[in-house]
Design a binder for this molecule. Structure first.
Ligand code: GRF
Length: 203
């Protein structure tokens, strides 16, 4: 049902698994990704496709798509997958490719979001699950969790509080998708049944 693409720790993958979501395959672009062990421990097939072995981004993405399609997933989730994907890859999975990003998009796309949020002095930070489009960390927003910034926050402390919320919203978004509840209208996502698309973290 779901194929998850990872590059590292795999805590979001773990959250999806703990929520009982039907992950039928996990693919990593790095052989040392810790998340592979969590999947294997549950008997979920894992594949490693090392991007460094491919001459071009296009060649890597083609190999990745081939592996993904072999699982016949309904949904593909990027769970800490640290590769920029080509336009043709994104088009192939349009409408069934989700990403989680550690900021309240469209603020702070890219890396080091927590340090950048602190440097800007924002009072509210958080995380976003969105459909993937060709533009990096951009696309119709499924759900966001808002996390207040504390006066003497550090990037690590803030990251940990945001990560806790990532583990709440990603399983919720994936479940909505599989239940056929997500509708995209003019680039805006609506959830059938009007389930809340905003989570407010208490602190
Ligand atoms: C998360 O912060 C996610 O939002 C970002 O990469 C990180 C992955 O963490 N895209 P994990 O591998 O799921 O623990």
């Amino acid at each position: 049902m779901i194929v998850a693409l990872i590059s590292g720790r795999g805590s979001n993958l773990q959250a999806l698994l703990e929520a009982g979501l039907p992950v039928s395959g996990v693919i990593s672009n790095r052989a040392d990704a810790k998340g592979l062990a969590a999947a294997a421990a549950r008997g979920i097939p894992t594949r490693i496709i090392e991007h460094a072995r491919f001459p071009t981004r296009e060649a890597f993405d083609a190999a990745l798509a081939e592996q993904i399609d072999a699982f016949h997933p309904r949904l593909v989730v990027l769970a800490g997958f640290m590769r920029v994907l080509t336009q043709s890859f994104v088009t192939r999975y349009e409408g069934r490719l989700l990403n989680i990003h550690p900021s309240l998009l469209p603020a702070f796309p890219g890396l080091d979001t927590h340090a950048r949020a602190l440097a800007e002095g924002v009072k509210l930070h958080g995380c976003t699950v969105h459909f993937v489009t060709a533009e990096l960390d951009h696309g119709p927003i499924v759900i966001q969790a808002a996390v207040p910034v504390r006066p003497h926050d550090t990037a690590d402390a803030l990251a940990a509080r945001v990560l806790r919320q990532e583990h709440v919203i990603y399983p919720r978004a994936a479940r909505w998708f599989l239940d056929g509840k997500l509708v995209i209208e003019s680039g805006v996502v609506r959830v059938k049944g009007n389930d809340a698309q905003l989570v407010l973290a208490p602190d």
